[in-house]
Design a protein around this ligand. Structure first.
Ligand code: SME
Length: 167
């Protein structure tokens, strides 16, 4: 296993993802523990991009209400965050429900956005699938408006494939 993360020498977003993804693949391929892998992935994304908040919400059985499942906070880097998110709630709950990537250039324009921090200004959420169903989402928040684009969506989608392969 790699002892430390090699960072891209330039600020270029594409180069950063190109440097990061093979390392994440190497880091996770020999490890079957999903939480351990997600924890290192959150740390690697934080180290590479210094995102305001980056982490995972996992689909789990809901023991408290009638709703069958909900998202529960998993490994992350950044300020403390909401612990549980319902199906179809917020950006994360919508990504889970619709099974697709959601890019939010301005969180104030997303109806039902869940503000874990008022410093969060833009956001991207991507789902990962197991047996044809969403089993977790990756949530990345920025303290700058309009911080995520097609480059992020495309490379983070590759990351979700790595997570699916390792799960
Ligand atoms: N903003 C997210 C909630 C999670 S936190 O931002 C970490 C949402 O609307 O689903």
């Amino acid at each position: 296993m790699a002892e430390h993360l090699v960072l891209a020498p330039s600020e270029n977003k594409t180069e950063r993802y190109e440097t990061l993804l093979p390392q994440i693949k190497a880091l996770t391929s020999g490890e079957k523990d999903t939480i351990a892998n997600l924890a290192n992935i959150a740390a690697a994304l934080k180290q590479t991009f210094n995102f305001f908040w980056v982490g995972f919400y996992l689909v789990k059985e809901n023991t408290k209400t009638d709703e069958k499942q909900e998202l529960v906070l998993g490994p992350f880097q950044g300020p403390i965050a909401c612990t549980r998110i319902g199906y179809g709630k917020g950006v994360c709950g919508n990504s889970w429900k619709e099974g697709r990537t959601i890019v939010v250039p301005n969180v104030n324009d997303f109806p039902g956005h869940i503000a874990c921090s008022t410093d969060s200004k833009s956001e991207i959420v991507l789902p990962a699938f197991k047996n044809g169903k969403v089993f977790l989402v990756l949530d990345v928040d920025s303290d700058r408006l309009n911080n995520f684009d097609e480059t992020d969506a495309s490379y983070l989608a590759q990351l979700m494939k790595i997570i699916e392969a390792a799960a």
